[in-house]
Design a protein. Structure first.
Length: 266
């Protein structure tokens, strides 16, 4: 085990023998860290925190701190992080609350850039990118392969759909449907189209992208249809397409409402 002599490791922490710990790192009891994970200088890992193998955690990172929730009263909640994530400098990740399910969860192969914040009870999937200064309120759910630009702020309890792309300095107060490109401030968030470049880069077929674009036109561009009618029409026309079914289900199950206003601005 490669642990710098200035690091402070509680005897109750469980670290794989291949873990690398930088200068002045503090790891408290109750922390478990998997094989090959590296922790940068001056980072603090506390609480009941499980970190899987192969993660690269930068300097001055804080993981497992108590949630910023006035109802929190010291209950034993946790943070669980998967494998092969990149967590850059000054990122903060808070543990969950009893009312929110008890844990903050981050999946695999995500990239959390500098100064981003993951609040209590957030659930992140895999291969997500959150650019510098991105901030998630509590209970946010982000599906696989979504991308958030710099300084994006996401309201608590919002959902971000798979393959969606949120432009920098946006304020997200409603659910962002999967596969969409969106941007704007809290009251002016707009959809500009589907994320066809991201879909194509990830091997989604031209036929599925074409069907998804057709569903997009029905749901977002037909002003004469109520939302339920638009969803029904899109599903009826493209029922054989998994991407369309997921888009329709995501919108139909939204509790906060979705970003639906259209803009031609890219």
């Amino acid at each position: 085990m490669n642990i710098h002599k200035t690091a402070i490791i509680d005897s109750g922490a469980e670290l794989d023998s291949s873990v690398k710990i930088g200068p002045y790192v503090i790891i408290e009891g109750g922390v478990r860290i998997g094989a090959g994970t590296e922790i940068g200088a001056h980072s603090l890992i506390q609480g009941i925190t499980e970190i899987g193998p192969g993660n690269k955690i930068g300097p001055f990172v804080s993981i497992g701190g108590p949630p910023q929730d006035l109802r929190y009263n010291g209950e034993e909640t946790k943070v669980r992080i998967g494998s092969n994530n990149i967590i850059r400098e000054y990122v903060s990740i808070h543990r969950g609350t009893v009312g929110g399910g008890g844990e903050t969860l981050i999946g695999n192969e995500n990239m959390l850039m500098g100064y981003s914040h993951i609040a209590h009870d957030c659930l992140l999937g895999n291969q997500i990118i959150i650019a510098n200064g991105g901030t998630l309120g509590g209970h946010v759910v982000i599906e696989d392969k979504a991308s958030l630009g710099g300084h994006v702020g996401v309201h608590q309890f919002s959902r971000i759909g798979t393959f969606s792309y949120i432009g920098g300095v946006s304020g997200v107060a409603k659910d962002v449907p999967p596969y969409m490109i969106v941007a704007g401030t809290r009251n002016r968030m707009r959809v500009s189209g589907i994320n066809h470049i991201g879909l194509k880069r990830n091997g989604v077929s031209t036929d599925d992208i074409k069907k998804l674009r057709g569903a997009f036109k029905i749901i977002f561009l037909d002003d004469e249809l109520l939302l339920k009618e638009a969803l029904d029409n899109a599903l009826k026309k493209y029922q054989e397409c998994d991407l369309v079914r997921h888009l329709v289900d995501f919108i139909a199950t939204s509790k906060r409402g979705i970003v639906r206003s259209f803009s031609t601005d890219e």
